[in-house]
Design a protein around this ligand. Structure first.
Ligand SMILES: CC/C=C\C/C=C\C/C=C\C/C=C/C(=O)SCCNC(=O)CCNC(=O)[C@H](O)C(C)(C)COP(=O)(O)OP(=O)(O)OC[C@H]1O[C@@H](n2cnc3c(N)ncnc32)[C@H](O)[C@@H]1OP(=O)(O)O
Length: 281
């Protein structure tokens, strides 16, 4: 390794504090200069959101809330995938108890991220379908690297995005645009996403995406943190409260829907298609 690279790695290690251990499916790194935490998802190959990744995401968000970070940047350790969304294996021929825990954890993770008191931004360094798009749209700002796709493609899988997925989407897109995209299960390219407003900026690399997220979080430097966070909470309170009030019904509805034979059949065919595509590559 070149000496300069070694020196830069040493310098980086000195100015960043690793808050979470590598045994988790997420890591949190706080930059000592900016005070901003980078939360990285690391569940190869596609950051499929299974029960364990959702648990780690929630505890990492809690960690950032608790360690007085100035902001949270969500990203991925993969070079091509931000998150492939919910791990379909959690929903296909599911175990009765595990699928309950899985959906309950997804609700909790969304409540924590969408309702986070710190400024949040997503550095979308890869594809971001469905649950991946949910995470990105739960943040306040999105910067995306070119040649990837993002969107809520649920109808393409024969499933329906729950109301709170729609709420995140609607916090970013106008109703007409959101409704059409959801009905179509449309995946947007980076360029299309920028044009429609689903993302805020593009960046040529993950590093540049993170820099732009840092700049966004920096725009709050002179704003009173309590006033900022209470204002954010007020904007999001109705969406958060709606899920809080309906958590049990939402779970039962999901379980009923996902256990329908036609839905199971559709998920099986979709998974098979993914596996065939992977084998061809
Ligand atoms: C009234 C309403 C009430 C209730 C609602 C009820 C139901 C609604 C519930 C939930 C909403 C659902 C949300 C979701 O997030 S569903 C998941 C949607 N995700 C996708 O469609 C993405 C599928 N994946 C891809 O398109 C590609 O994999 C991707 C572009 C992400 C990456 O492509 P790449 O070529 O790099 O990798 P692959 O070779 O395709 O994949 C590698 C490996 O990973 C497996 N894989 C991929 N995605 C998933 C996934 N989401 N879950 C599980 N497994 C996944 C893929 O099969 C390959 O596996 P293997 O062949 O074993 O290597």
């Amino acid at each position: 390794m070149m000496r300069s690279k070694v020196l830069s790695l040493v310098a980086r290690a000195a100015s960043n504090r690793m808050m979470s251990t590598a045994t988790k499916l997420t890591t949190v790194e706080v930059n000592d200069k900016t005070g901003i935490a980078t939360l990285t998802m690391n569940r190869p190959p596609v950051n499929g959101l299974n029960l364990e990744l959702l648990q780690d995401l929630k505890s990492s968000i809690d960690e950032v809330e608790g360690n007085k970070s100035r902001g949270l940047i969500l990203t991925s350790s993969s070079s091509t995938i931000f998150s492939a969304g919910l791990d379909i294996l959690e929903m296909y021929k599911p175990d009765k108890d595990r699928i309950r825990a899985f959906w309950t954890q997804l609700q909790e993770t969304w409540l924590a991220l969408y309702g986070s008191s710190v400024p949040t931004a997503a550095a979308i360094n890869g594809h971001s379908p469905a649950g991946g798009c949910l995470l990105a749209t739960s943040c306040e700002y999105r910067v995306m690297v070119p040649n990837f796709t993002i969107g809520l493609n649920e109808t393409q899988l024969g499933i329906v995005a729950p109301k709170w997925f729609m709420a995140s989407f609607l916090s970013v897109l106008p109703q007409r645009e959101a409704e059409r995209a959801l009905n179509q299960g449309r995946m947007f390219t980076t360029e299309e996403a920028l044009k429609v407003g689903l993302i805020d900026e593009t960046a040529n690399s993950k590093e540049e995406a993170i820099e732009k997220c840092v700049a966004f979080i920096g725009t709050f430097a002179k704003v009173n943190p309590l006033a900022r966070s209470l204002t954010k909470q007020q904007f999001r309170a109705a969406d958060l409260q709606q899920l809080q009030n309906e958590r049990q019904q939402d779970l039962e509805k999901f379980l009923f829907f996902v256990n329908q034979p036609a839905v199971q059949k559709g998920l099986g065919i979709y998974l098979e298609g993914l596996k065939k595509k992977a084998k061809k590559q």
